[in-house]
Ligand binder design. Structure first.
Ligand code: S0N
Length: 288
């Protein structure tokens, strides 16, 4: 196997820091890229255990959009600054009556839009979790495609203790991951679970010592980078489609259209229209 595929490098990545995205300065998020096609988005509020404000969520969203649009990027890591937390959910100190309140005084639950963005992003997103992934932070790791956890990681929902809940992916996708009984346990009791328990219940893909967290995550990224981007894209949208109803079919359908646009048969339709002649589809086989 190694002879055919070669060894995967375990070297550290050389990160290039990107200070601003779409002309907006990043204040609560760090954004980095490596020349090997890996992007890393880091929630940068370690004093608050990387709790997110509406601004943090907006900044993450800009970075994810940039990573999606950059054809050199093939895989994205989402993580939190420091060893103590991936993300502790919504910042309770800015929670108002209608959601989380930013500088513009508008209450928002914009993390729900971010969950959708990660889910629909046509490239693999890997959560790299050290420390707490709780509340809305736990949901962010769940909507990522894969999760690599450090052995100090702690997972769980706190909503029923702090007067909130996520009745979207936070509940339904969790039940797909861990089963209905376990999902109800996680939400109804709001207990916290260690990394090994999370691995046992299928919440994470791998647990490694904290010191090896980024190294292991990079190995997974590098293995992914070797594989066909189109195959990965179609697999992600197919796996989503089985759960996401019409929205999932729309994503998978979009991918089918993209492939068709790239084909000679698809181009014949456009070219014939532009050349003001009837299309000639006779040369394309009607395969079984
Ligand atoms: C993470 C915990 C367990 C860490 O404990 P530890 O290590 O003992 O540290 P602390 O001393 O507690 O914390 C250090 C400092 O960080 C602040 N801080 C931590 N978490 C938050 C937070 N979420 N918001 C604001 N501040 C936070 C502490 O206050 C402390 O600061 P100082 O030293 O200045 O006091 C522990 O910290 C903990 O339990 N944190 C709270 C976890 C929590 O309940 N999070 C919110 C859960 N709810 C959501 O995330 C809602 C998500 C959401 O947006 C949403 C989505 C869909 C639908 C609805 C909603 C909705 O809004 O409800």
């Amino acid at each position: 196997y190694a002879r055919v595929h070669g060894e995967v490098s375990r070297e550290p990545a050389v990160w290039r820091c990107i200070e601003s995205v779409h002309k907006e300065c990043l204040e609560e998020v760090k954004y980095e890229k490596s020349d090997e096609g890996i992007a890393k988005i880091t929630i940068n509020r370690p004093d608050k255990r990387n709790a997110f404000t509406p601004r943090t969520v907006m900044e993450m969203s800009w970075c994810f959009t940039d990573a999606r649009d950059d054809p050199r990027v093939g895989v994205i890591i989402l993580t939190g600054e420091g060893p103590l937390a991936f993300c502790s959910g919504g910042d309770q100190s800015v929670r108002g009556k209608g959601g989380y309140v930013g500088e513009d005084n508008i209450p928002r639950l914009n993390v729900l839009d971010l969950q959708m963005q990660i889910r629909r992003l046509p490239k693999p997103v890997i959560a790299m979790v050290a420390g707490y992934a709780v509340g809305g932070g736990h949901i962010l790791h769940m909507v990522c495609d894969l999760t690599i956890a450090a052995d100090n990681a702690v997972f769980g929902q706190t909503g029923p203790k702090v007067g909130s809940f996520d009745a979207g992916y936070g509940s339904t996708h969790m039940a797909r991951l861990v089963g209905q009984k376990k999902a109800r346990e996680m939400w109804f009791l709001a207990r916290l679970y260690d990394a090994q328990q999370a691995l046992d219940m299928g919440l994470v893909n791998k647990v490694v010592p904290l010191q090896q967290l980024e190294q292991e995550t990079l190995v997974w990224c590098r293995e992914i980078m070797r594989n066909s981007p189109t195959a990965l894209r179609l697999l992600k949208s197919a796996l989503n489609a089985a759960e996401d109803g019409q929205a999932g079919i729309q994503q998978l359908g979009g991918d089918a259209t993209l492939l068709f646009y790239m084909s000679e048969e698809g181009n014949e339709g456009r070219t014939s229209y532009l050349e003001k002649r009837p299309p000639d589809f006779s040369k394309f086989p009607r395969l079984p």
